[in-house]
Write a protein that binds this ligand. Structure first.
Ligand code: ADE
Length: 242
């Protein structure tokens, strides 16, 4: 059982998403749990002020440290379990990080919001994560991205673990094309091999298509892999002018 603890000013955004579809099913099956903590509930002043003007001047408001520290303090979680801070300044999120997080029993995520957060909040994080080189209005979508990518790896969330086996990034490659019925649709035909029922040929075809896709769309991913001689030769053959 993996529990996500989310510190957010908008708990309803997290709860709505996490009660729906596959993640919602995982919650119902008690494979994962989602708990939210609103910093506003941890303010000591009577106006429940979660942000304030920046020292040194400038536009916008900055999240205050006290409510975030108090919210984190209130969380009952495994000792040394990860505390993630969502920020465009973090390390880029990728499948490998999701894989390592999926074995934890507790993951705490701090969502930033408004124009920024007090620098001292960084001291709470064991890892700062960015979901891409663009700026969002808050950390909720990034937090949901982590919950989704990590949650689906937890046993019991996705029915057949087999459906994780061939997907994009599992072996470092993009996934091969997929088809369902009908065999011909608007003159576009499903490749013969997939209809042949020959599992060995199908597996070979899929592997080659995955290599081709990755070469064509994300050649940067190939550099990270330890490819076999056959795979390297196949990629070389793709480079020949047709
Ligand atoms: N908060 C705002 N933008 C973000 C991003 N790209 N990644 C993570 N957190 C963010």
């Amino acid at each position: 059982m993996l529990t996500f603890h989310i510190i957010t000013l908008f708990p309803e955004l997290i709860e709505q998403y996490c009660s729906t579809s596959i993640i919602g099913r995982g919650v119902n099956a008690q494979a994962i749990a989602i708990k939210t903590y609103n910093p506003r509930d941890f303010c000591l002043d009577k106006y429940r002020k979660v942000d304030d003007t920046p020292y040194g001047g400038g536009a916008g408001m900055v999240l205050k440290p006290e409510p975030i520290f108090a919210a984190l303090d209130s969380i009952v979680r495994a000792e040394k379990s990860p505390v993630l801070l969502m920020t465009p300044q973090g390390i880029p999120f990728e499948q490998k990080i999701a894989n390592t997080l999926a074995i934890e029993s507790d993951i705490t995520i701090i969502c930033g919001h408004y124009e920024g957060f007090d620098e001292r909040i960084r001291s709470l994080a064991s890892l700062e994560i960015s979901i891409g080189d663009y700026v969002l209005t808050g950390g909720e979508l990034p937090a949901l991205t982590i919950i989704d990518a990590v949650g689906r790896l937890v046993p019991g969330v996705i029915g057949k673990s087999i459906s994780l086996a061939n997907e994009s990034f599992v072996d470092g490659l993009l996934e091969a094309p997929q088809y369902t019925k009908p065999a011909v649709f608007q003159n576009m035909e499903v490749p013969e091999i997939l209809r042949s029922g020959n599992h060995q040929l199908t597996a070979k075809w899929r592997h080659k298509e995955a290599l081709k896709r990755t070469y064509e769309r994300r050649p940067d991913l190939l550099n990270k892999l330890d490819l076999s001689k056959e795979d390297l030769a196949f990629i070389e053959s793709l480079k020949q002018p047709k």
